[in-house]
Design a protein around this ligand. Structure first.
Ligand SMILES: Nc1nc2c(c(=O)[nH]1)N[C@H]1C(S)=C(S)[C@@H](COP(=O)(O)O)O[C@H]1N2
Ligand SMILES: [Mo]
Length: 322
């Protein structure tokens, strides 16, 4: 599907681009952003926060931030995937997700909000400006990548929905259609998983300017295996929070049940903030392997976004609320 792209004034984006063109353009943008002082969009492109404060254009981009965020090869991002509806092996989604029908696509917004609605994808996306965001992405399995996404802030659709005063959380659901996703029927596990895949955020997390609804990567429409046509990206949380192929968003008063926390609550909590100091019961989270490399590198607190998001967790015991 083709999403009509409104260009953001400061960051041109999202023509169909080869990886090498993309990277060239990116260094150009990085250079100009450094020269003019980073705007929110350019700051995000450089992997710096588009925080409410820096959105005013006050945060100059640092050269080190540019070097840190060398995007992972497109081929790796689109061939090494977790999308269990299409099978359990990393190569399965790229093999099978062509069966996913993304057009037409609709998204239901409901629950505790003043403007519940069912949108066609085009209506859902078009009020927003599509931006580039180069984000670190850290899977709970201790591999990581850097992805040049295109999309728009999750806050845009939340503001439009206008959650009521009782709404504390927002829950998300992926499409579940066993005809399109036959690999999702595994003999032993599937009954316990309880499709559809579900995720959720606290409302203040969801409103944070880094929380992103992605419609593409590397300047192209989202590949099916990466969660076409629309997936969540929450860069400071483990990858499984970044739910794919979203068909529903529901505002709730209570913490909503999520797929992996339901499956194994001692291993996967609701928060699932990237934290090198809180081990998974079966492995350490202190280090990670960037895709395309064999060396392991230290994992950063909140995946490197602590300056922007740590305040969301002030006063919380992150070992307990893992
Ligand atoms: N619907 C759905 N969303 C999902 C998953 C899944 O299996 N089904 N896997 C999650 C996990 S564990 C990760 S690491 C990321 C992987 O995203 P990627 O394949 O684009 O790298 O998607 C997340 N979103
Ligand atoms: Mo993951």
């Amino acid at each position: 599907m083709i999403i009509k792209i409104k260009k953001s004034s400061d960051v041109p984006s999202s023509e169909v681009t080869s990886e090498s063109e993309y990277l060239n353009r990116r260094s150009f943008l990085a250079a100009s952003a450094t020269a003019i002082g980073a705007t929110a969009g350019a700051a995000a492109l450089l992997g710096r926060a588009a925080s409410p404060l820096s959105a005013a254009g006050s945060t100059p981009a640092s050269a080190s931030a540019v070097q840190e965020l060398e995007p992972t090869a497109e081929k790796l991002i689109t061939s090494y995937n977790n999308f269990y509806e299409f099978g359990l092996a990393k190569e399965d989604p790229a093999k099978h997700a062509h069966a996913l029908v993304t057009e037409p696509w609709s998204v239901v917004v409901d629950g505790l909000c003043n403007n519940p609605a069912e949108y066609q994808l085009e209506e859902f996306v078009s009020p927003s400006t599509i931006e580039d965001r180069v984000y670190r992405f850290r899977c709970v399995e201790a591999w990581s990548m850097v992805v040049p996404w295109q999309g728009f802030p999750l806050a845009d659709v939340i503001k439009r929905a206008d959650p009521t005063g009782d709404a504390e959380y927002v829950a998300f659901e992926t499409l579940w259609d066993p005809d399109q996703m036959p690999q999702g029927r595994w003999r032993n596990w599937e009954p316990r998983i309880g499709w559809p895949y579900r995720e959720g955020l606290r409302l203040d997390e969801a409103m944070h300017p880094l929380a992103f609804l992605a419609t593409g990567l590397y300047g192209k429409d989202m590949p099916n295996q990466n969660g076409a046509p629309l997936r969540l990206v929450v860069p400071w949380k483990y990858g499984f929070k970044s739910i794919k192929s979203i068909v529903r968003m529901t505002f709730t008063a209570e913490e909503p049940p999520t797929t992996w926390a339901t499956q194994a609550s001692n291993e996967y909590g609701f928060y699932s903030n990237v934290n090198p100091d809180v081990s998974h019961p079966r492995w350490s989270q202190a280090r990670e392997r960037p895709l395309g490399s064999f060396r392991r590198v230290p994992t950063r607190f909140l995946n490197g976004y602590a300056d922007e998001v740590a305040h969301l967790y002030e006063g919380m015991d992150l070992k307990k609320h893992y």
